[in-house]
Design a binder for this molecule. Structure first.
Ligand code: DMJ
Length: 643
């Protein structure tokens, strides 16, 4: 292998350089592929060097101009504006002297290039003596250095902002012995779930409690992002499990890295990770959580780069490329996903002083306000390219649920200043009541789903959260209908309790019907599962806080006992596939929301109201408590960060 003749340098050629087998006799016989590659690299570096030299060596005309500057101080200035040619004058004046200097300069540069070549060759020879492993180790060390540098840059402290009033983060111990015991039992269940995850699934997103290994789903992408750790932190904190909390914090500090080539759900990452990190930050005051939340939020922002600003459902954390779920109507984004970002994003802007997050969610709100709503209802699907609704399907359960929840909570979180959000909530709830809420023949109030002009008399487990939402929104409702909404909340709680009570395991199915003589019972086999979901217990807790009716604690205790009896296995807690079967089979997944929500709501149900009081805290849809921000108005202009 020989190089082509060297590129001309001032009319002369350097001798050709042989990089072939003869240059490396010990490699003559067989050059492995990797070696050939390295040789090729050296060769290209060499050619680049020559090429560079050719272009960057000062040419004679440049020298002359350079000299001009030097000579200028010696020769009287000629006024070019008056037609004089100073350039010509100097050329003539300094020619002989210049040429000599140019030759010297060229010679010096040529020598330098030769020396550099030789040095590069020596280094290449040295490299080739090293084993493949050594070379790889060197490359890895270099890469690590770069990553460390980037991390240092990313972990810079954020500007301090005054923390909102953080009340009731360490209280709640009930005086009643029976209630205290129940509360301790819930804490013990949390310990069981955490310890097993710690032992068998640490760092994975979730746990397979039967197989005793890590588990994940596509919502978290293909990386081990420790979803259970992040989701569980605030529950650990309020339960006083501080050693466990610290373990989690340490893992997050050392391992939680968002520069991964992984496609995640924007909604899930927001409610579980950003919500979880922000709540952990507010409760503990540990900066690391705030920093991680902000880093992660930055990775979600590219999802908003759509023609309308309605974000994609998924985003690749590394490339920033977004897309929607293949199953969603006509490439649409989902109402409950793009409509469940507000709380976390407002807090991100509050904490960073950067309005970018606030602007993104306010843009979504403005766009929704401008759109026509069939029957006043929000369809679940919205195309982010065209800004048009997809299929006219409305639900207060899956695909729609937390959008309504976040309208109400945006108002509560703003210390009731965000009246725009309250109005949107009131309008939406009125349409829902009119078109979706019905009473069954047996007198059970249910919330059905609207599908292309027809009401499906089916309610999902997810929809059961609405009982708590109605109760939470009762105070401040339009036309002073507080009593009505509290009653509606109670009716939904009752219906959802029935859906539990009418099963063999006393655990609720995923969906239940009110049709053809069936009331609050699942009909299809694929709707009979219970995956440790929180919504029914969430509603019991809100109803308890607003009414102190002991039946809610009773119902909550029934659910806790059923979970402990049928879902507990030695390796943690598992969902069950059929709540109507006396010998249930397990789905072998301990969902992260079981620790974030189900156990937290149970614990709160058996705590006094001074633990996370609702006047000061608003729970995101994953049960992560965020403090009320006492801002001057809905646009946050009262916050110095936005002025
Ligand atoms: C949770 O991740 C959140 O509550 C979300 O809003 C929908 N439901 C799951 C748990 O069932």
């Amino acid at each position: 292998m020989t190089t082509p003749a060297l590129l001309p340098l001032s009319g002369r050629r350097l001798p050709p350089l042989n990089l072939g087998a003869s240059a490396f006799p010990h490699h003559r016989a067989t050059l492995r592929l990797s070696e050939k590659f390295i040789l090729l690299l050296i060769l290209s570096a060499f050619i680049t060097l020559c090429f560079g030299a050719f272009f960057f060596l000062p040419d004679s005309s440049k020298h002359k101009r350079f000299d001009l500057g030097l000579e200028d101080v010696l020769i009287p200035h000629v006024d070019t504006s008056k037609g004089g040619k100073n350039l010509g004058g100097f050329l003539i004046h300094g020619q002989g002297h210049d040429e000599h200097r140019h030759r010297e300069e060229e010679e010096r540069l040529r020598n330098k290039i030769r020396a550099d070549h030789e040095k590069a060759l020596e280094e290449a020879k040295e490299k080739l003596k090293k084993s493949r492993d050594e070379i790889q180790a060197e490359i890895q060390t270099e890469k690590n250095k770069v990553v460390q540098e980037l991390k240092k840059k990313d972990s810079k402290p954020l500007p301090p902002v005054p923390l909102p009033n953080l009340i009731g983060i360490n209280s709640g111990e009930p005086a009643d012995l029976d209630i205290r015991e129940k509360r301790n039992k819930i804490k013990e269940m949390m310990k069981h779930a955490w310890d097993n995850y710690r032992q068998y699934g640490w760092g994975h997103n979730e746990l397979k409690p039967i197989a005793r290994k890590g588990h994940s789903t596509n919502i978290f992408g293909n990386s081990q992002m420790g979803a259970t750790i992040v989701d569980a932190l605030d529950t650990l904190y309020i339960m006083g499990l501080h050693d466990e909390f610290r373990e989690g914090q340490e893992w997050i500090d050392k391992n939680l890295d968002f520069s991964v080539n992984s496609e995640v759900s924007v909604f899930e990452v927001n409610i579980r990770f950003i919500g979880g990190l922000l709540a952990a930050y507010y409760l503990s005051g540990q900066e690391v959580f705030k920093i991680k939340a902000v880093q992660l939020a930055g990775k979600l922002l590219p999802a908003f780069n759509t023609p309308t600003g309605i974000p994609w459902a998924m985003v690749n954390l590394k490339s920033g490329v977004g897309r929607n779920w293949g199953w969603a109507s006509a490439g649409s984004s989902i109402l409950a996903e793009f409509g469940t970002l507000h709380m976390e994003f407002v807090h991100l802007s509050y904490l960073t002083g950067d309005p970018v997050y606030f602007n993104k969610v306010m843009h979504i709100r403005k766009l929704l306000q401008k759109m026509d709503r069939p029957n006043g209802l929000y369809p679940n699907y919205l195309n982010p390219r065209t800004g048009r609704w997809g299929q006219h399907h409305t639900s207060v359960g899956g695909l729609g649920d937390s959008f309504y929840e976040y309208l109400l909570k945006a108002w509560l979180m703003s210390d009731k200043m965000d009246t725009e959000a309250r109005k949107m909530y009131d309008d939406a709830i009125e349409a829902i009541e009119k078109h979706l809420i019905r009473k069954s023949n047996g007198g059970l109030t249910f919330i059905g789903e609207w599908k292309n002009g027809h009401l499906e008399r089916k309610m999902g487990h997810l929809t059961c959260f609405a009982g708590g939402m109605f109760a939470l929104g009762a105070d401040g409702s339009r036309d002073d209908k507080a009593g009505h909404y509290l009653q509606l909340g109670a009716e939904i709680a009752h219906t959802c309790h029935e859906s539990y009570d009418r099963t063999t395991l006393k655990l609720g199915p995923e969906a239940f019907k009110f049709d053809g003589g069936v009331e609050a019972v699942a009909v299809r086999q694929n709707e009979k599962y219970y995956i440790l979901r929180p919504e029914v217990i969430e509603t019991y807790w809100y109803m308890w806080r607003f009414t102190h009716d002991p039946k809610y604690r009773q119902w909550g205790w029934e659910a806790a006992q059923a979970i402990d009896k049928y879902c507990r296995v030695s390796g943690g807690f598992s969902g069950v596939k059929d709540v109507y079967s006396s010998s249930p089979t397990y789905d072998d997944v301990q969902q992260s929301f079981f620790l974030a929500e189900t156990l937290k709501y149970l614990y709160l149900l058996f705590s006094n109201d001074d633990l996370l009081p609702l006047d000061n805290w608003v729970f995101n849809t994953e049960a992560h408590p965020l403090p009320v921000l006492h801002l001057a108005n809905a646009t946050l202009s009262g916050n110095p960060a936005y002025r």
